[in-house]
Design a protein around this ligand. Structure first.
Ligand SMILES: [Zn+2]
Length: 181
């Protein structure tokens, strides 16, 4: 999540109307997904000014419309861990440091989502074989765990047998990966 460096945009009444057209406003405490364009999962709202366009994070604009405070030098963070959410109740402004601590606390994964997000949105989880770079099949994962739990084989020798790196075997047997199998 980026620290806001640009000054506040000029938001006209028609911008406000246009903005909310891109937000699927649901129940008070539910996530309000952005239905316009996104980048890295975050909604992007385009302002038109002097023939140029100025794109801003839609969650940032939502926060701004609600609080009337432009959080320059800070990040607007999601308590719900859903990057596209624009429900002001789920947004808070913090320093980059706050955000990183929050992220670490929530165990954010490499693609920006957190475990909490996946718990709420199980359909968004990319599992085992669906991951393009996955080198193993579900069947192989089951075999690896069976071989390893039987004992007497090192992770390296199993790795050699399956033609993968030892770290992949380690992750499989510790269920860091392929948890659903
Ligand atoms: Zn939310």
């Amino acid at each position: 999540m980026a620290v806001i460096v640009k000054p506040a945009p000029v938001v006209t009444a028609s911008d406000v109307v246009r903005f909310w057209k891109f937000v699927d406003r649901r129940g008070d405490n539910e996530c309000w997904p952005w239905i316009g364009g996104t980048q890295f999962g975050y909604g992007r709202f385009k302002f038109h000014k002097d023939g140029k366009s100025d794109r801003r994070g839609s969650h940032v604009i939502s926060y701004y419309l609600e609080t009337k405070v432009w959080p320059i030098g800070k990040c607007v963070c999601h308590s719900c861990d859903n990057p596209s959410c624009c429900n002001p109740k789920h947004l808070w402004a913090g320093t980059d440091d706050d955000n990183q601590k929050d992220s670490a606390k929530k165990n954010r994964t490499a693609n920006g989502y957190t475990r909490g997000f996946y718990l709420k949105h199980p359909d968004r989880v990319v599992r085992g074989e669906n991951i393009k770079s996955s080198k193993l099949t579900e069947q192989q994962v089951l075999s690896i765990r069976k071989i390893y739990s039987a004992g007497g084989r090192s992770q390296q020798s199993i790795a050699d047998e399956f033609g993968v790196d030892q770290t992949i075997i380690s992750d499989v047997v510790r269920r860091v990966t392929w948890k659903h199998v």
